[in-house]
Ligand binder design. Structure first.
Ligand SMILES: Cc1cc2nc3c(=O)[nH]c(=O)nc-3n(C[C@H](O)[C@H](O)[C@H](O)COP(=O)(O)OP(=O)(O)OC[C@H]3O[C@@H](n4cnc5c(N)ncnc54)[C@H](O)[C@@H]3O)c2cc1C
Length: 254
């Protein structure tokens, strides 16, 4: 079949790799679906949900976080055709992850830090938790890898240049502020400074101060060892920490 990506692919490939079956349903999509309902009741429900000022869209679709895969729990007589799915339904969009490693330190590989996204979905009367599409997919690969499984499939990835750069000269002092996964690029910056210093022991590094914040030190304090190590080695002059949900302690934010 011809596909918006420009190539011919199988239905299976399209449904498993390109169509976003979990993405939030839009009013535009529901409007286009209404004529495909076999029962007048379901058709009327979709038309009512998308009508201006009606709260049904919010109650039935948005709050419940239903995607294409779950819509039959609301309008069971909907008969989606292949043409409709492939022409009108959303494609999986890329997700961005910041590179957490320096290419000077690791020229042949890169690392990322992924925070698992989770949200509640209501199907009929049942509430269930669903993982974010890409962070959940990466979590599954990570778990498999820990259990010794090899990942053999291919996924589409690309590297996009960022304009968030480290100062070109190590003479420039730095203040780095990273809440949660916001600290990720600075891990690469610290590696870069350490490798530059190892390569040239005479190199004078100007001061770098790191501010990191998360909820609890025992739950989401990522890169704890790396940051402490960099402090000990004087790659960063200061490590300032802020925890916003420590039991019996004042909330501190970066
Ligand atoms: C420049 C940039 C850099 C980034 N760097 C990082 C990084 O280093 N590390 C990192 O962890 N993340 C990073 N992100 C965020 C990352 O790109 C993803 O957005 C994040 O991982 C969630 O993607 P997902 O596919 O797992 O979740 P998705 O499936 O996209 O879901 C995300 C959220 O959308 C909502 N949602 C999804 N489906 C529905 C539905 N049907 N109905 C209602 N709500 C719904 C939920 O609230 C859910 O938690 C970055 C983003 C940008 C733009």
């Amino acid at each position: 079949m011809p596909f918006p990506t420009g190539e011919s692919i199988t239905y299976r490939e399209a449904l498993t790799k390109h169509i976003d079956l979990y993405a939030p349903l839009t009013k535009k999509l529901l409007t286009a679906m209404a004529p495909l309902c076999e029962s007048q009741e379901d058709k009327a429900l979709l038309e009512e949900s998308v009508s201006k000022g009606n709260t049904k869209f919010e109650e039935l679709f948005h709050k419940r976080a239903v995607g294409l895969l779950d819509i039959h729990s609301i309008v069971p007589s909907l008969r989606l055709t292949a043409d409709f799915i492939f022409q009108k339904c959303p494609l999986i969009m890329p997700r961005y992850y910041t590179i957490a490693s320096s290419s000077l330190t690791h020229p042949e590989e890169l690392t990322i830090a992924v925070s698992l996204s989770r949200y509640e979905v209501t199907i009929g009367e049942t509430k269930t938790m669903r993982d974010g599409l890409v962070s959940g997919f990466l979590e599954d690969i990570f778990k498999g890898h820990k259990d010794g499984e090899a990942y053999t499939q291919s996924v589409m990835t690309f590297v996009k240049n960022s304009n968030f750069d480290m100062p070109e000269s190590h003479d420039v002092p730095m203040i780095m502020v990273g809440p949660g996964t916001g600290v990720v690029p600075f891990i690469g910056f610290m590696q870069e400074r350490q490798t530059a210093k190892t390569n040239d022991p005479e190199l004078a590094l100007n001061q770098a101060h790191m501010y990191f914040g998360c909820r609890r030190h025992d739950q989401d304090f990522i890169y704890r060892d790396e940051m402490s190590d960099m402090k000990e080695k004087n790659i960063i002059a200061e490590l300032n920490l802020a925890f916003s949900r420590e039991p019996d302690q004042e909330k501190v934010y970066v």
